[in-house]
Design a protein around this ligand. Sequence first.
Ligand code: FPP
Length: 239
Amino acid sequence: MAALDPNKEIPQHIAIIMDGNGRWAAARNLPRRDGHRAGAASVEECLMVCGELGVRYLTLYAFSSENWKRPEAEVTALMALLAHFLKEKTPSLMKNNIRLQVIGQLTKLPERNQKQLRDTTEKTKNNDGLTLVVALSYGSREEIVDAARQLMEEARAGAIDPDDLDAETFSRYLYTAALPDPDLLIRTSGECRVSNFLLWQISYAEIVITETLWPDFRREHLVAAIAEYQCRHRRFGGL
Ligand code: FPP
């Protein structure tokens, strides 16, 4: 198993594109929803490992704005899985001092999910260990357009001068306003795409792509990704 270097930093913020649930299920002749269910166990393990290692933020791409195009039965199964996960795991979020935050166009989710997400966010808001950010009905282009629209409205109302706009100001209008940018972006299942995920925020993230399918992603895979991150030389455009 890859070893972490105690003299090198652990990424403060890890973002993960959890991919490969469907292929994992297909390889076992199981329905796709079983792949998603198995993926929930990987979420749990990542939460534990991130907590142990002192990672401050873990952002998971759980449902994209494009995922609404999937068959209704799969969307329903994913929403039910999310509801089940939160119901079962909220005590463990509290016990492990984990704060839940959610990003995305949440009003598109079923009201039952919205309420549960609001309740769990509220309940965990004073936890100051790991922050788990779940991206739901999330699309980065939509996020950027929403930010631009809000800025234009404020400019029209005279509350902001377009000449004062810079990257720092713009980022405060994104769903992630309160979060630092990810240091490490992991994508499972070998696909080399960013799929409309945190396009603005990953400008300087290190990207690690693993062949492992998400339901098989365990402690050793996360540690290996962090070890690879520790070997990278981040220059942020400088020398
Ligand atoms: C991508 O695999 C995965 C998703 C669209 C859903 C991810 C959701 C979970 C892991 C459920 C648990 C999450 C939480 C936060 C409780 P895919 O279906 O696109 O796989 P494929 O590319 O192999 O078809």
